[in-house]
Ligand binder design. Structure first.
Ligand code: GDP
Ligand code: ZN
Length: 309
């Protein structure tokens, strides 16, 4: 029998597998809940409506089966989605209601590849999400060196953090930046994502690297994201799916708006559909020549564009 003393509650989806979703209510209690048939059906018809980690939902007492059922999915304020190449339609929502994407790279070990960093940033930009860059392991070089190396990203307008879990450097500022926000953590493996999160929030024992690497190994399907509540408010989303499959169906023609410093220039080009590769009177190429637009970033743009075409 349904316990009628239990009223519907509002919650957030933390993770889910095999039709059972973990929902955290406003009071911080977690319940397993299944999706009402009608909502399940909607998700099959339109992938954009499929339930995702980060979704805000209403849950109701259910009987039989899992004790709770998700009866409503609330409108999303944002999402990190993969789109089908060509159509640009949403193929899969990786996480909903995301406030920012935190891209973690290491100063060394592994050596940072700017092009890979640009790829992560492009995915965030294509989803209209703020991106924040963390350069970890500055103890193996120096913050000054790191600042110089990633200078172009600061110029482009990105917030940068220089951290070391070993030297406990830059942790307070990063913790503040995560406070009360939903942050998707991403970056190559081995850069120190799990170490960082454990150093920032001891006791949470976030298994970022572990989950991303082991669960995904040898599988072609993507394992879903995990959302971890932070002790002082906010969430960190750990998603193994962020760096698989190239550029997520981004159109070549929209790539220039995924580079903030190119986006700021493109209206000054002579042609509105300028690809900034060979056209005359191109404000982007002029800026590269004048040294006001970073050449590496521009080359990244060209390479990624080539890939998308
Ligand atoms: P993840 O795959 O991104 O989650 O990376 P891990 O957190 O597993 O860290 C990978 C390796 O880098 C481990 O051996 C860590 O001890 C090391 N590591 C993490 N942070 C730092 C740091 O700030 N400085 C140094 N020198 N090593 C670090
Ligand atoms: Zn141009």
């Amino acid at each position: 029998m349904t316990d009628t003393s239990r009223a519907p509650e509002q919650g957030v989806v933390l993770h889910g597998t095999g039709g059972v979703w973990r929902v955290r209510t406003e009071s911080g209690i977690e319940h397993d809940a299944s999706l009402r048939g009608r909502l399940k059906q909607e998700g099959i018809v339109d992938p954009a409506l499929k339930l995702a980690v980060g979704d805000r939902v209403t849950i109701e007492p259910a009987d039989p089966g899992p004790a709770w059922a998700i009866s409503e999915i609330h409108e999303r304020s944002s999402s990190l989605s993969r789109r089908s190449p060509g159509t640009g339609r949403t193929e899969r929502v990786v996480a909903a209601n995301v406030d920012q994407v935190v891209v973690v790279f290491a100063m060394v070990k592994p050596e940072p590849h700017p092009r890979m960093l640009d790829r992560f940033l492009t995915i965030a930009e294509a989803n209209d999400l703020t991106a924040r860059i963390v350069i970890n392991k500055v103890d193996l070089a120096s913050e000054a060196e790191a600042r110089q190396r990633f200078h172009a990203y600061a110029t482009a307008g990105y917030a940068l953090h220089y951290t070391s879990t070993k030297a406990r450097h830059g942790l307070t500022q990063l913790r503040d930046a995560l406070h009360d926000r939903v942050s998707v953590f991403s970056g190559p493996s081995g850069v120190g994502k799990s170490s960082l999160l454990n150093a920032l929030f001891p006791g949470l024992s976030l298994r970022v690297g572990e989950i991303s690497e082991s669960v995904n190994k040898g599988r072609h399907t993507t394992v879903g994201a995990f959302m971890h509540p932070l002790p002082q408010g906010g969430y960190v989303v750990d998603t193994p799916g962020l760096r698989e499959v190239g550029m997520w169906g981004i159109q070549a023609s929209e790539l220039d708006r995924c580079f903030p410093e190119i986006r700021a220039l493109r209206d000054a080009c002579r042609f509105t559909d300028c690809t900034h590769s060979s056209e005359p009177e191109c404000a982007v190429r002029d800026a590269v020549r004048a040294g006001t637009l970073d050449r590496e970033r521009y080359e990244s743009y060209l390479k990624l564009r080539e890939e998308l075409e």
